[in-house]
Design a protein around this ligand. Sequence first.
Ligand SMILES: Nc1ncnc2c1ncn2[C@@H]1O[C@H](COP(=O)(O)OP(=O)(O)O)[C@@H](O)[C@H]1O
Ligand SMILES: [Mg+2]
Length: 366
Amino acid sequence: MLEHQTLVDFIKTVAIPCFPKNLRLVDFLKETSDKNGVVELLIQLPFPGNGLIPELESQLKEALVAKWPSQAFTIKVVQNLVAYETKAGVAPLAKIKNIIAVASGKGGVGKSTTSVNLALALRAEGATVGLLDADIYGPSIPIMLGIPNAKPVSEDQKTILPISSHDLEAMSIGFLVDEKQATVWRGPMASSALQQIVRDTQWGDLDYLIIDLPPGTGDIQLTMAQKIPVTAAVIVTTPQDLALADAKKAIAMFEKVKIPVMGIIENMATHICSECGHQEAIFGEGGAERLSTEYEVPVLGQLPLTMAIRSDLDEGVPTVVKQPDGPIGLSYRGIARQLTANLTRLGKDFSKGAQGIQVATWAPKK
Ligand SMILES: Nc1ncnc2c1ncn2[C@@H]1O[C@H](COP(=O)(O)OP(=O)(O)O)[C@@H](O)[C@H]1O
Ligand SMILES: [Mg+2]
């Protein structure tokens, strides 16, 4: 029987290119056991990683078979998504493990587009996910999720039930208030509406709640930081200088209120022509990378400006749902994994409560 430590020492030396950056597979090899001569490796992922399993299996298999050709192996991958600590002083929400705010300094950069596809990508990777549209001044998630006329109901006259769409739990300020009315609200009113909607929605048990914030760095964002237990933030920007300047303000704001920024998503990084497939960097190049270097915040990924992303949302069937294995779907899913992998930086041990078991087995050919 191969010793656990022998496998640990070997796996340390193996490159697993599909694994998220900055994480080592060996750190998540929890156990090695012998099941009637078959060596079973138990791998416990700290992020939702359904899309990773086939590649992980084949990359690991290749290495193990080369090293121990006559040994049979099973790998068991379990997923263990924990709640990370948030700032002291804000009471956590009982049913929500982690709240991730999606922010941008500037409007129109694709914050809602990113929020919706990111939430669905986390779902596709195996997490339970809620999505809250908190953009009081321009709620667009009901349309993007294909539920523009949904009316949430209340069973107890105190709390409201989220609407289910594409296997997400969704709530939007747009379901509850008239947009024309909300646009004249002042900061404090908008902020208290946001707090209320987060707390008064009857969320189920969620691994992640994604909040699509209104653009900007004003009152609403600050109140949220002080009153809602946000685990981390993600910044959406385009490569354009104007958007980057505002993204900087957003990063600085989160730093000030001590909400860790887990990464930057560069949207509309290039334009892909739907006729000929030609790519062009119409908003400039390398912007997010420069921002990343300056603020030491990683770039989680890039999305092109492409017709399908827009038209799928207009139809209410976002690209991640329509083509989960297409290039755009895979990009969002890779971003979702990297984002949640980066949360492990927040430090918490992830040794308990695994779920979502998947098994791959291989034996040497006789
Ligand atoms: N990568 C993209 N490719 C094509 N269209 C996009 C992309 N990102 C956003 N859009 C479109 O741009 C518009 C603005 O995006 P949206 O997500 O609503 O921005 P924000 O929430 O930042 O105001 C929408 O019509 C959306 O469909
Ligand atoms: Mg929006």
